[in-house]
Design a protein around this ligand. Sequence first.
Ligand SMILES: [Zn+2]
Ligand SMILES: [Zn+2]
Length: 246
Amino acid sequence: MKLTVLGKYGPFPHPGGACSGYLLECGRRRLLLDLGSGTLSRLLRLVPALHIDAVLISHLHSDHMADLLILRYALQQYNARGQDVPMPLAVIAPDTPEEEYRLLTGSGVYDITAARDKLRARIGDISISLHRMTHPVPTYAFSIEHGGRRMFYTGDTGWRDDLPALCAGADLLLADACFSEADRIGGVAAHLTAAEAGRIAKEAAVKKLVCTHLWGGGCDEVQLLEEARWQFPDAVVAEEMQSYLI
Ligand SMILES: [Zn+2]
Ligand SMILES: [Zn+2]
């Protein structure tokens, strides 16, 4: 599998950057993991014909799904011009909050499966399982297996005791690592710290940790990486438009 970071910021982008979105290539198939603002532009550079097999949306915060609204227009207009695009496109996403969910339905562009805890799905030879996480809105982590390899994407989540077991032995852990210890917002556990991401990676004995969802207002990436490496030396901070082989 090959994971390419389209955007790594939240809940708004750093200047010139994009919010959360990742392209996962599994053999000939392509999945999108979240599609936040700014990511469609980058996806079009890599996959101009938009031949995507499915989109997995962790939760309906705009920094994870805003460009799904713009992708509707691209698919509709390519389709109207006779171009071969996937329509309806398979999407797995939570069906709440309702206001956001309603924006995705009704256009006929997406074939949406409502996310739920422990849901299993197959896209060709790719196996996907969902796990409910902890965030102000319903949110899900994805475990994705293909060709004997596995990656785990946490989406946005605060600390959960079940995370090390859920991603145990994964070849790559793509983890919310929104805060350094100094930046942690007291009492609000909507995101992981880099140190917590490192702890999960160590306890789960994953092969590689990629820290993502950096604060768009500017964060000290050197400090963040140092804290992730306290417990897991093989941590890296996600780089936009960089690919990671799994
Ligand atoms: Zn977010
Ligand atoms: Zn969120």
